[in-house]
Write a new protein. Structure first.
Length: 363
């Protein structure tokens, strides 16, 4: 597989032109562009395993024809993933119990050189499988890999030691520790993620009052942004992400950040007095003076109730993985706020995907 690296700048400029056109109705300023490494930028990858007689190998499916094609190297993925792809399969072939009915391998790597490998099966995993997997992990460690190994089957998850890795991201002159849990969302492009965090820190520099964040995940943004605010209140619904965020708060010595396990919709209901939640007991929402809100919603964007909630804040930092739903939301948000800054983050080079950000100030 070869990447069109010589065309990267041209493709990125086309994305910038497209986003500029989409944001033009909202009088957006010149879009700041954050590029990606041209190869080895993706920190996670998933491959199906194709069995052919006594051999097996990684495959992917062509998006247009749905036909499988063999993948021996994957320049989109991190160098660590590529090294592991070359190393892992020969070791798996030494133990039939490890490769029989194996149908998928998921890789999660980090800039800190830690890695999780998840082996997915169409069979039940036994104690014999565990013993063989322990041997495999030992072989990988002897070869110098800092690796966690997980087996998955229907209603089964066998974790040999732990189901997480600790990433270290250099952001604005400081190293941040982020626990990343297997099978939970993490930013796929670590280098661009660092640039996103630095842009968000720059936007909110000199802020007064407190910050509210919806959809905080493992605290990726809220931990880095806490330095710019008196206090930060963040919401997240997924239990593994909340647990990771609590670890990250402690690991980074953040003492002004509180995580609440609630969805954005639930928090909106609580703020509007529609419902009461036991999860908010002991948390004095009135003690927060949130002048700024941060949102990084799913591809569907913000729902109407959350848009109305967001409009109550003087400053809005909005990171979007879908520029079309961002523009839909801006139809309402632009009635009360103006775009002070805009950015394009190239999380997914060589694709049409655009990760964008807007910094909105009340008119």
């Amino acid at each position: 597989m070869q990447l069109p690296t010589s065309q990267y700048i041209e493709l990125l400029q086309k994305k910038q032109e497209k986003l500029t056109a989409l944001l033009r109705p909202f009088n957006a300023p010149t879009i700041r562009l954050f590029d990606s490494p041209v190869s080895h930028y993706r920190m996670r990858a998933e491959f199906r395993i194709w069995h052919e007689q006594d051999d097996f190998y990684h495959i992917m499916f062509d998006q247009s024809t749905r036909k499988p094609y063999r993948v021996d190297e994957f320049p989109i993925a991190s160098r660590l993933i590529n090294q592991m792809m070359q190393t892992l399969l020969p070791l798996l072939k030494q133990q039939e119990i490890l490769y029989k009915k194996l149908f998928q391998i998921d890789y999660l790597s980090t800039l800190s050189n830690q890695m999780i490998i998840s082996l997915l099966y169409h069979k039940s995993l036994t104690e014999e499988w565990r013993q063989s997997a322990e041997k495999l992990r030992g072989q990988l460690i002897e070869l110098g890999f800092d690796v966690q190994l997980i087996g998955r089957a229907s209603k089964q998850k066998i974790c040999l030691e732990q189901d997480y890795v600790d990433e270290i991201l250099p952001v604005a002159g400081r190293n941040y520790v982020y626990r990343q849990v297997e099978n939970s969302f993490t930013q796929p492009n670590a280098v661009v993620n660092c640039k996103m965090l630095e842009w968000a820190i720059d936007c909110t520099a000199g802020s007064e009052g407190d910050l509210l964040e919806l959809y905080c995940g493992n605290g990726n943004f809220s931990i880095a942004l806490a330095q710019n605010f008196r206090k930060v209140l963040a919401t997240e619904i997924a239990k593994p992400s909340v647990a990771a965020a609590q670890f990250n708060i402690a690991a980074n010595n953040i003492n002004n950040l509180q995580i609440i396990r609630m969805s954005a919709e639930e928090f909106t209901q609580a703020m509007n007095g529609i419902r009461e939640f036991n999860r908010l007991k002991g948390i004095d929402l009135k003690s927060y003076e949130c002048n700024t809100i941060f949102v990084d919603p799913p591809r569907a964007g913000l729902d109407p109730d959350t848009i109305r909630l967001v409009q109550n804040y003087d400053r809005i930092l909005y990171i979007s993985c879908n520029p079309y739903t961002l523009c839909d939301n801006l139809q309402e948000l632009s009635k009360t706020h103006r775009i002070e800054k805009a950015a394009l983050f190239d999380q997914f080079p060589y694709t049409d995907h655009m990760e964008s950000g807007v910094w909105l100030i009340r008119k």
